[in-house]
Design a protein around this ligand. Structure first.
Ligand code: SF4
Length: 474
């Protein structure tokens, strides 16, 4: 039996026994005057903070608030075991339709982060282990166009390995999800300092530009502007290195074949794979000297005085050569027109950023907090009758079974995530649907409370969602 001044938190399976004026293991719940208390305030998203007013503050009530104020699950608390109704089930009327928003902080054992790192630089081989603090917390996954992708977390790292691995995984995910920076080390690859919305720092160097496209695309974009200023342009790229005079773009422009053959495997005319190994050099290759990728120069096609530009897909690396009498490329001062063309590549690059998407499965017991018949909630979500948001931010729900969703952490209010030591992440989740649908799916109707009452009693803090995040109530 608990001592009278100790409260037992039943918001997660850890069941902390909390002494007066202390918090539990996750710092989310505390003992305030003998009462179990969620330490962070309930948070509402408001079109403007001044729209959240309380009785006696000249506020005229629910109809205005329902359009302009949305109760998020930040600070709402969790319920455990899940058959208990969600902490807040909020009723409101929008455009004459009675609506319900079911609000809960979900405890996600099955969750992870997808990191998109805008860089050409080689971070590590696909499937290589990603470490934080020396522990395995994820892996390198398939690269995307101009970006390297990392998959962090997941149930196997959280609970399937050692306790240290689980703790390190949870800590790294929590920090990244809340907008913090984490240094990640990739086996057989680079170190990356990752932070949502910031430039990735690869091997200690801040990435500035996201490439304009692959080498072939760069040729396709800029070929017309090089015509007449260069006899050959080779765009060095770890994916596809482009050779202008041989490329379809050069042929359209009636360029004379220059006879410069690069290393690697020819895919189609003027497009070459594997000209070098991946690395941190030119165009995401391991080369520092661009001439290293030239296999041979055909004396039947090339000519003395041939003007050759070699450039990377970001324009960060560029060199100008003129062939001498022996057809050897000799470095030469870059003409202003070519320097301008190189600068134009740089101008067309977008700023390199790190994006962090939280992925989680809400298809399990969390649904019981919304309805006694969980599969009906799943179906309502899949059929688009119930809208899912996370801290008010829109989510992408994967097709197929369950409610597996992804959300951009930068679209959510600051510090939206918490954790429990099981270990698992805690994330806000809201389900919004018409009251009639909620009743039909077996919702906890007796727990629906008017928005005005929730606002009045909970006295929430109001935040404005980050710029670019659509307001959840339209
Ligand atoms: S870890 Fe947090 S939520 Fe879980 S029992 Fe302890 S205080 Fe409560």
């Amino acid at each position: 039996m608990s001592a009278p001044d100790i409260v037992t938190c039943d918001a997660c399976p850890v069941l902390c026994r909390i002494r007066p004026d202390k918090t539990g293991a996750c710092d989310r719940y505390g003992n305030v005057g003998g009462v179990l208390t969620r330490m962070d305030p309930l948070t509402v998203a408001a079109r403007a903070p001044e729209l959240v007013r309380f009785a006696g503050e000249d506020w005229d009530g629910n109809p205005v608030a329902a359009r302009d104020v949305f109760v998020t699950a930040l600070g709402a608390g969790t319920t455990y075991p899940d058959y208990k109704p969600a902490p807040f089930i909020v009723g409101s009327t929008i455009d004459g339709v009675d609506m319900v928003t079911v609000v809960s902080e979900g405890i996600f054992s099955y969750c992870g982060l997808k990191l998109k790192i805008d860089t050409d630089r080689h971070l590590g081989p696909e499937a290589a282990t990603v470490r934080a603090g020396g522990e395995a917390v994820g892996h390198v996954t398939t690269a995307e166009y101009g970006s390297q992708m990392l998959a962090l977390g997941g149930v196997h790292h959280l609970t399937g390995g050692s306790k240290r691995e689980g703790v390190a995984t949870c800590e790294a995910m929590l920090r990244l999800a809340n907008g913090g920076a984490v240094e990640l080390a990739i086996d057989g690859g680079a170190t990356v300092l990752a932070q949502a919305g910031r430039a990735p720092v690869v091997g200690g160097v801040a990435e500035a530009r996201m490439r304009v496209g692959c080498g072939s695309a760069t040729i396709g974009i800029f070929a017309g502007q090089w015509l007449g200023h260069a006899d050959e342009v080779i765009v060095v790229d770890d994916h596809i290195t482009g050779v202008l005079s041989e490329h379809q773009a050069g042929r359209f422009l009636d360029m004379r074949p220059a006879g410069i053959r690069v290393r690697g495997r020819r895919s189609t005319p003027g497009r070459y794979f594997q000209v070098a190994n991946p690395g941190g050099g030119w165009g995401g290759t391991d080369i520092a000297d661009p001439l290293a990728i030239i296999e041979r120069i055909d004396p039947k096609a090339a000519w003395p005085g041939l003007r050759l530009l070699m450039v990377s897909t970001t324009g960060e690396h560029a060199a100008w050569f003129v062939l001498d009498e022996q057809l050897r490329p000799q470095p030469a001062p870059m003409p202003p027109a070519i320097a301008e063309a190189v600068a134009l590549i740089g101008e067309n690059c977008e700023p390199a950023l790190c994006s962090v998407l939280f992925t989680a499965g809400a298809g399990g017991s969390l649904r019981a907090g919304a309805t006694r018949n969980p599969v009906r909630l799943t179906r309502a979500v899949q059929q688009g009758r119930a809208k899912v948001t996370s801290g008010g931010a829109p989510v992408f729900v994967w097709p197929g079974g369950g409610i597996t969703y992804m959300v951009d952490v930068a679209a959510m209010p600051a510090a939206s995530f918490g954790h429990v030591p099981t270990p698992a992440l805690v994330a806000p989740i809201e389900f919004t649907l018409p009251l009639a649908d909620y009743a039909a799916l077996g919702g906890h109707m007796e727990r629906v409370r008017p928005l005005a009452e929730v606002l009045e009693q909970a006295r929430p803090r109001a935040v404005v969602l980050p710029a670019g995040t659509p307001f959840p109530v339209t």
